[in-house]
Design a binder for this molecule. Sequence first.
Ligand code: G3P
Ligand code: MG
Length: 244
Amino acid sequence: MVMAKVIAHRGGASWVPENTLAAFRWAAKQGCRWIELDISLLGDGTPVIIHDQRLERTTDSQGALADLSQADLERIDAGSWFAPAFRGERIPTLRQLLQLCADLGLGANLELKPNASNVEALVEATARVLEEAEAVGGPWLFSSFEHQALELMAKRLPSIPRGLLYEGIEAGWRDKAAALGAVSLHLDQALIDPAVISQAKAEGLEVFVYTLNDATRAQALFAAGLAGLFTDDPLLFDPAWRRG
Ligand code: G3P
Ligand code: MG
């Protein structure tokens, strides 16, 4: 099993402010063993957990990540935009996220999102934090739409598995997965041809889909051999699927 059948996307974005520690705690409380999150760099090179390259959608502040340093995180509220009860949530640093996963026994799909930053810088900063983490957590799995990030990570931290992310799958996925030593394909549920699942399995690859918030469609894809799904609402599915 590469990951669980049901993975809390950004922590469970239907219920909690995405990519915050409150979200990941919520996921663990619901019995999830795996979460998905997005890693980007601040302007000072600190890896943090956020999806967009700007603050507007998921915080109370404006501006680009590229213009921030770690000290700025203290004044940015990443919870109250979602609901007043989450006021005071911060954009987590990768270091804080790894510690939380270790404390709660969570596995994490660490999606590398270079956004406006340099791919090499994102990979190096992420690898360093993983190496320096005080708590031994995991398991971890890297993924990225930016396949160069996976190529660099395969050299930098080869023992952490990699999943190949596509919007629409492209010809050449077999060669690319082999070259990157990928263990999985992560595909858009809206674009997937279920036949790809058995083709991937024949190559020794598991298939995961994002972002699926529909139990009926999930049943059909699991019947076609799907390994798991990223969902904003883990509560839609069989609770046992959150565990394995
Ligand atoms: O990792 C699966 C999914 O999160 C990829 O798309 O844009 O939600 O990060 P996005
Ligand atoms: Mg993501």
